[in-house]
Design a binder for this molecule. Structure first.
Ligand SMILES: [Zn+2]
Ligand SMILES: [Zn+2]
Length: 246
């Protein structure tokens, strides 16, 4: 099988903890390249790490919080000015299209009236139902995270590999389903042991680790609290710019 690579363009939380970019994960398969989440800082992260936005055909979104989707308006506007012609697919929870359009218009008034050279297709992911998006099969599972719309974890199958991603959530058994048999499970570990509603802490995750039947787990979305405790962590964690080959 040809390699699939996963690059953490952004491995941070919403608030730039540790100087990290907000969530943005690049997946490169032989047939396609796509992003999982596109936080507000993601266009900067892409350009800093030499990833051309023009090569990205699909953006998958776990939930509609600014640190997970608010890079999309910048991505779209940059693509317009760069004369992109390749189609773009944006797939996420119900309401994704309206939120992207509204945010674009708030940040850059009248920008939605600019003629676009490239088509954007919005796909609303239906819980627990596989969606075939080009050569990628995406299954969304609802998680426990409040953002004014459903929040998902994602299970993505591409080129014979399975990548699971928690998105933001407090512990839920949905993560067992998402991570089952995955080659890579990317999981939020926001705090070390402090329990925060709608988020996952490292200690809680460790208690559940035996139930996660994944081949490899990498932690992400870490706060200053978590980053300060890294010497005590016995699980792999992500760094901005790091690439994992599957
Ligand atoms: Zn969130
Ligand atoms: Zn977040």
């Amino acid at each position: 099988m040809a390699d699939v690579s996963v690059t953490f363009l952004g491995s941070g939380d919403a608030f730039g903890s540790g100087g990290r970019f907000q969530t943005c994960i690049l997946v490169e398969c032989p047939t396609t390249r796509f992003l999982m989440d596109c936080g507000a800082s993601s266009l900067v992260a892409m350009k800093k790490q030499g990833v051309s936005p023009a090569t990205i055909g699909t953006i998958l979104v776990t939930h509609i919080h600014g640190d997970h989707f608010a890079g999309i308006p910048f991505f779209i506007l940059d693509a317009q000015f760069s004369r992109r012609e390749a189609p773009l697919i944006i797939a996420g929870p119900p309401g994704i299209e309206a939120r992207v359009r509204d945010t674009l218009e708030v940040l850059f008034p009248k920008s939605s009236e600019i003629a676009q050279r490239f088509p954007i297709t919005y796909v609303e992911l239906v819980p627990s139902t596989p969606s075939q998006i080009g050569s990628v099969c995406v299954t969304a599972e609802p998680v426990v995270h409040f953002c004014g719309a459903p929040a998902y974890s994602l299970r993505v199958e591409c080129a014979g590999r399975t990548i699971a991603y928690s998105g933001d959530t407090e512990w839920t058994d949905a993560l067992i389903k998402v991570a089952a048999g995955a080659d890579l499970f990317i999981c939020e570990a926001y705090f070390f042991e402090k329990k925060i509603r709608f988020h996952l802490d490292y200690r809680s995750l460790v208690k559940k680790k035996a139930s996660l039947n994944c081949k490899r787990m990498v932690l992400t979305h870490m706060s200053d609290d978590m980053l300060g405790r890294l010497p005590q962590i016995e699980t792999e964690w992500a760094e901005d710019g790091e690439t994992i080959t599957l």
